[in-house]
Design a protein around this ligand. Structure first.
Ligand SMILES: Nc1ncnc2c1ncn2[C@@H]1O[C@H](COP(=O)(O)OP(=O)(O)OP(=O)(O)O)[C@@H](O)[C@H]1O
Length: 214
């Protein structure tokens, strides 16, 4: 499986934020976007996830195990700045909703809800309304959403914001497991993710794009 981005460019309002960004990621590989606030990291992630139309270029998922006509967006989990959970529903109800709504992408199987909550260290509080949880606990449950439905590509925008050291370790372990199982990761972060041999793309903003460190 290979994720390919070719000559991506994107505009927000009047401004060309970046142009000519190309990269490819094979199964097991990760690309981390770094750069100052406003340099276009979230915008690039949203373009790859299919939420924003690029000004130029395109993205694709290819490989012998990828059915023809599959859109990259169908193979992605996207974890943005917001957690995409209903405050008044319990943790269990939220994760159950996402599990049945998303279903599994071909080639893998998501964890049962209780197991996913346990994997982020919160197996004991799935009965609580999501809105009762602390900011870090809410982020952990948002991360558990990645585990209840199988997707080979994870797109994560600041996944470790609001997390304590223990949760950072848990996320690092889950990401390493995703990669070692043949998954692909694209993440924007200001904090290191404790991954070995990741590719890094430094965003500079306003089309002065990037310095690549492969
Ligand atoms: N809907 C929009 N309309 C116009 N400009 C926008 C819009 N959304 C974002 N921008 C602008 O695009 C630029 C890039 O924003 P983006 O969120 O991609 O940056 P970022 O690198 O992820 O920043 P941060 O590190 O703060 O999360 C910013 O200057 C922002 O003001």
């Amino acid at each position: 499986m290979r994720l390919t981005a070719e000559n991506l460019g994107a505009r927000r309002g009047e401004d060309l934020l970046f142009q000519d960004i190309s990269f490819s990621l094979d199964a097991g590989q990760a690309l981390v976007l770094t750069g100052p606030n406003g340099s276009g990291k979230s915008t690039l992630l949203r373009v790859v996830a299919g939420f924003l139309r690029p000004e130029t270029g395109h993205v694709a998922l290819t490989g012998p195990d990828v059915a023809s006509g599959v859109k990259l967006a169908e193979a992605c989990h996207y974890l943005g700045h917001r957690n995409a959970m209903k405050a008044e529903l319990s943790v269990w109800e939220n994760l159950s909703f996402w599990k049945s709504f998303l279903g599994d992408f071909e080639g893998g199987k998501g964890l049962p809800v209780t197991q996913a909550a346990e994997a982020v260290g919160l197996g004991g509080i799935t009965h609580l309304p999501f809105g009762y949880l602390s900011a870090g606990q809410q982020r952990r449950i948002a991360f558990a959403k990645l585990l209840v439905a199988y997707r080979p590509v994870w797109i994560l925008d600041e996944p470790t914001a609001a997390l304590d050291v223990k949760a950072e370790d848990i996320f690092g372990g889950l990401i390493r497991h995703h990669l070692s199982s043949g998954g692909i990761l694209l993440a924007a972060t200001h904090q290191p993710l404790a991954l070995e041999s990741v590719k890094e793309l430094q965003m500079k903003g306003f089309a002065a794009v990037a310095e690549e460190r492969w």
